[in-house]
Design a protein around this ligand. Sequence first.
Ligand code: C2O
Ligand code: CU
Ligand code: CU
Length: 547
Amino acid sequence: MSFSRRRFLLGAGGLLAAPLFPELLRAAPAMPMADGRRMAPQLAEPNQPLVNPATLPRFVDTLPLPPVARPIGQREHPAHPGRRLPLYRMEMRAFQARLHRDLPPTTLWGYQGSSPGPTLEAKRGEPFLIEWANALPTHHLLPIDHGIHGAEKDRPDVRTVAHVHGARVGPNDDGWPEDAFAPGHSLLYHYPNAQDAATLWYHDHAMGITRLNIYAGLYGAYLLRDPEEQALALPDGEHELPLILCDRLIARDGQLYYPVSDDPAAPWVSEAYGNATLCNGKLYPFMEVEPRRYRLRLINAANARHYELSLSSRRPFVQIGSDQGLLPAPLERMRVELYPAERADVVVDFSGLDGQTVELRQPSEPLLQFRVRNRGDKNAVSVAMPTALRAVPRIDPASATRERILTVGEMDDANGNAMMMTLGGHHWSDPITEDPLQDSVEIWSLVNLTGDAHPIHLHLVRFQILERRPYDLFAWNERKELKYTGPGQPPPPHEAGWKDTVRADPDMVTRIIVRFEGEPGKYVWHCHLLEHEDNEMMRPFKLLPKG
Ligand code: C2O
Ligand code: CU
Ligand code: CU
């Protein structure tokens, strides 16, 4: 039996006869069918058995901390004539690393020989330049679907372009997906760092193969700081660390396995889930900590998995920030939920736990172990937590000059057999429809027509969530009428700060309010489920210059 990727998505076909990797099957979400039944997607069997992570000993490797990037010199940039700016170089190349002590080395792609790549440390008001250089092999590590827009056979298999997620940069420095370049080339990008402190991250954004490039390892943290945040005296230095989570499937030979459909001509799958959770690139690592507070920058870099993290100590995380920086006040949370590309800035308190261990869990599976050890360090005393962080003034909905109704959909094409992921019912290459005016305020109402949640991300801007409001899908489908069926639900406190990625829930209209600050030009907005993003769930938008 063979299915086009479109039919495959509709789930025409049964489960694999003998599930070689039951975790994967369980993890794969059921897809809605035309008649309302739900079936699991059809996945091809890997050509060699996969590692079952549950059989590996836990907590035998230390948690890797990515190196901090250092400038290699200074350079002038057309955007700042006469001013020399620090220059970083991030070279993408293939290398080998052990994901776990007992696994053979894995070929990964990373920046400067590291995945996650080196952490970029930025300060507000201090611009710098990064030369992103592609020194990868010309053959892709993972299976390309040449039927996907932007990944046609006549393009080089290996193409990359780096994007700093959450950064307010100019249109020529943002990682426009079609600017992806082949091995042997590089691009120089300018980062103004003219925005509030936030946990940003960088990752690949090449048209049609982003899901594969990130899965191969092309991601890293980008921490932007400012004086107001520094004045809060939050844990820093070795007591502050990025913690980047993603899931992978690993073949017995140690190599990454990316799931494919059973049609070799159309291998795309609707969501890639793994059973092995990597914490900063390691499976089940441990970290020695002192009995004090630590600041963790949690980043969900997974293709499709969402996390619901908790601590075995039954102590809460104290969440101090979300995607685009600090919350108004610290929030105690027993569980931290992160959809792909979302971040949570949290403080974890290990004081009084000397000699004990604390696990980070996804819901019940331990991912990472903290070993609390008093090393007699004088700095081990915990400073008090601030009670107020940073004001987040609400954008007044009355200031919006426009509301856009934008659907989040999975749709058939004219032949009746195409399953496409679309935004606003449009394809990537359709003419631009979202064209906000610079500095204007708009409300975007994301009407989710599908049965799944989609993390929707806008480049360039930060925004606020107004509400999620139930609506009548039938009225929409029949007459394109947006009929609300209940009151709007305001965002809970942890979602009431500045965001750049929002979970658009099924059966809901998710309404966000955005002030479109930035340099005029073309940017993108998209679903951050990487399989969706690669298959049409991405659209350009154009920021028009004001009068
Ligand atoms: Cu995480 Cu288009 O970005
Ligand atoms: Cu982004
Ligand atoms: Cu999606």
